[in-house]
Design a protein around this ligand. Sequence first.
Ligand code: NAP
Length: 315
Amino acid sequence: MSKIYDVVILGAGPAGLAAGLYAGRSRLSTLIVEKGKDGGQIAITDEIENYPGQTVEGESGPSLIERMTQQCEKFGVERVSDVINDVVLEGDVKKLISAKGEYCAKTVIIATGAFSRPIGCKNEKEFMGKGVSYCATCDANFFEDFEVYVVGGGDSAVEEAMYLTKFARKVTVIHRRDELRAAKSIQEKAFKNDKLFFMWDSVVEEVNGDGILSSMTVKNVKTGELTTIEADEDDGMFGVFGFIGTLPNSKIFEGKGVELDERGYIPTDADMHTNIPGVFAAGDIRVKSLRQVVTAAADGAIAATQCEKYIGEME
Ligand code: NAP
């Protein structure tokens, strides 16, 4: 059998990295498994303004995460890049299984986070990467001097729309109500931005184009009126960015004994225990009221501390 770690952490976002830091400092043998880039959703966040103590002008998600990763590694946390596709969570030795092999641990912290919810319009899949995007940091530069539409009205939609105004000629936020959900401080900045416009009470019904996005149909939810938006003739294309919330990365846990709520998030108690002894959840994957870097990091710290306690009681 492969090495049995004290803790295997699944996911290297703020929750997973904070858990790694605390587990490493507690001298627990710790492995973090991440399938992609460190950072989860903040790997694609342009500006972090509300992490306590973060007053560095222009701090981005990636720059904050880079320091979290370094801090974790300083305390001896092992890292592997792998895709886990099956889990065995019951019993004293938990197993996380990938195509390469399996990782065994006395405790597991699930910190797999969440991903962007699709806009839900017709032809959306067909135009992903061809005009439809969910990541301003990744794709904004493709729309230098073009027109861009942002779907959503929360913090992400409004912040990313402001970021996109640095590239696009004009950015229009399409929101299904006539009032934003975003924090008032974010709204104040947005309403002062003269490249930013709003289309209220509206949803995107359909996106179209000849290989590249150049037209879309938007419906006014109050009047039922349909409007077709065509790309400017000289441009021949425009961008649509979706920021309408998130869905949990919990597919691999379905039917594996760990309780999920009706939307797929993992319920825990205040100490991050799931329903399975030795299995903890931290960060955006949890059922919780506030999904932020600070709450994810706090969850990770608590989960790691509880792993130490659980292992102590096992021995
Ligand atoms: P969110 O707060 O859940 O907002 C989602 C937005 O999308 C809402 O305005 C919602 O409209 C709209 N929406 C949802 N489903 C829709 C649909 N099917 N069609 C059209 N519109 C739809 O999501 P988020 O902005 O991604 O933020 C997620 C969490 O991260 C929040 O807790 C947020 O505070 C946090 N966050 C914080 C910051 C920051 O503090 N700087 C930055 C980014 C994110 P309704 O308003 O009508 O429901």
